[in-house]
Design a protein around this ligand. Structure first.
Ligand SMILES: Cc1cc2nc3c(=O)[nH]c(=O)nc-3n(C[C@H](O)[C@H](O)[C@H](O)COP(=O)(O)OP(=O)(O)OC[C@H]3O[C@@H](n4cnc5c(N)ncnc54)[C@H](O)[C@@H]3O)c2cc1C
Length: 427
């Protein structure tokens, strides 16, 4: 597949320089220029079906022009180039109107599409990948459950075989952008007599299938990007299998690696050349540009931005250059982001003081530090919490003793029975 290393110039692949020239010409010819956002102001969020429809039109344009799925395989509608070519396209398209699918887009193109390519049959890929790349199919992930997050292998949604059909029943939660998606990648238990990691299977489910109910969840920051789902005897077939029956854990690991930052190299685009511009703008707004404490906080943020950028770059390079990306290498970048995002949000509070928690209604720029503070924890939880990254690094990289586990080798149905009968005296 095309996510390999190098810049393409030494293996018959189009060189990055030639690609840049081609992309630049196409972009100027085909995309509209975008008004630059004011300093420190984020682009409006993608929250409605209308936003998605608008993005689909632009994505189709990219697909028809040969610039969708730049690092995806040619046989499924991609361009078969590298992550570096992807990055070059993003750089060239920076001042232009490009498709923005929000969180659904990053999940679809970043984690799901790439995982499907590694685990699905050619027939499945022929059916779905061109539609993903052209924007026709947006996907989301149904994996967490009310009682299984960090302990993902403990999920209880069940899929029962009935001839060549599967009947899926259970509930899922925290699915980012599910209300905007067309398809979901859903993890279900298919063998209750196997230990918990060995009886799992992934399925593709249309989000509008009979028996699927999707509800949005209102969050502390006012957004409602997460959803909960109820799956009531949802029917799929063998054609909807993602990977092999009862071998879903391998697919899970692939997906989590991509979710934690391997893939198209997008984590490496934000080189912090300027001194934390958003915090400098905030200090200016509250009249603290000369305040030593504010200056110290800005310098700390800049140092952290710089360190995170270079760590991310090293990790991305290493993941791209390895035949099988190592989830525990990805864990370092994920942990850094999970620690540094809340730290940076707190530094903004130090710089802004009381002014950082009050803003003129409707002024998104003024409200940004407070919202970032509320949102700062997301990355320390999404795709595996900081503690789970530390566990993985400790056990799998540093060789520390494994956490004691009472359920690893028992049939999952026995684990559930034991949990039901457990009392605080250990009976
Ligand atoms: C922004 C965001 C996007 C998300 N998107 C999706 C999505 O699209 N689809 C989806 O299915 N899910 C999604 N999730 C859910 C996410 O995967 C889970 O929230 C996460 O895995 C943690 O699970 P939990 O919330 O059940 O917390 P729990 O697992 O209950 O953890 C609670 C606390 O206990 C700690 N803990 C648990 N086990 C251990 C241990 N063994 N050692 C040390 N500490 C431990 C955790 O670190 C945490 O602090 C998303 C979450 C966020 C925040």
């Amino acid at each position: 597949m095309g996510t390999g290393s190098g810049n393409g110039s030494d293996n018959g692949m189009m060189s990055v320089e030639d690609f840049r020239a081609e992309a630049r010409a196409w972009i100027r010819e085909n995309l509209d220029r975008r008004e630059p956002a004011p300093a420190g102001k984020a682009a409006p969020e993608v929250t409605t079906k209308e936003d998605i429809e608008k993005a689909r039109v632009l994505q189709r344009k990219l697909f028809d022009g040969g610039f969708a799925g730049i690092s995806y395989p040619v046989e499924y509608g991609g361009r078969g180039l590298t992550a570096l070519h992807e990055r070059v396209f993003r750089e060239e398209a920076a001042g232009f109107e490009a498709p923005d699918f929000g969180v659904v887009g990053s999940v679809t193109f970043g984690a799901i599409g790439r995982s499907l390519i590694e685990h699905c049959t050619p027939e499945f890929l022929e059916q779905h990948i061109p539609k993903i790349l052209s924007g026709e199919e947006m996907w989301c992930q149904f994996y967490s459950e009310p009682e299984a997050g960090s302990d993902l292998a403990g999920i209880r949604t069940r899929a029962i075989r009935d001839g060549d059909r599967w009947i899926i029943t259970g509930s899922k939660i925290w699915s980012s952008g599910a209300y905007l998606a067309d398809w979901a990648m859903c993890l279900a238990r298919t063998d209750w007599s196997a230990p918990k990691h060995r009886g799992l299977t992934w399925f593709a489910i249309p989000c509008d299938a009979k028996g699927v109910t999707i509800n949005q969840i209102r969050q502390i920051n006012g957004d409602a990007e997460f959803c909960e789902e109820f799956l009531d005897e949802v029917e799929v077939t063998d054609d909807d299998l993602i990977g092999e029956v009862n071998k879903g854990w391998a697919v899970t690991q692939t997906m989590l690696v991509y979710e934690r930052g391997a893939g198209d190299g997008s984590a490496t685009t934000l080189e912090p050349r300027k001194l934390a511009p958003d915090l400098v703008a905030l200090a200016e707004r509250v009249g603290r540009l000369d305040d030593p404490a504010a200056r110290q906080a800005i310098a700390t943020a800049h140092i952290n931005d710089f360190a995170q950028y270079h760590l991310g770059k090293r990790i991305s390079d290493r993941l791209r250059n390895s035949a099988v990306p190592d989830p525990h290498v990805a864990a370092y970048g994920k942990l850094a982001a999970g620690v540094l995002a809340p730290t940076r949000a707190r530094l903004a509070m130090e710089v802004g003081g009381p002014a950082a928690v009050s803003w003129t209604p409707g002024d998104e720029e003024e409200g940004r530090p407070a919202l970032d503070y509320l949102n700062g924890r997301r990355i320390s939880i999404a795709a595996g919490t900081n503690e789970m990254q530390r566990n993985g690094i400790g056990e799998r990289v540093l060789g520390l003793p494994r956490e004691p586990s009472f359920d690893t080798n028992k049939p999952f149905s026995d684990v559930l029975k034991a949990a039901r009968n457990w009392d605080s005296r250990g009976g």
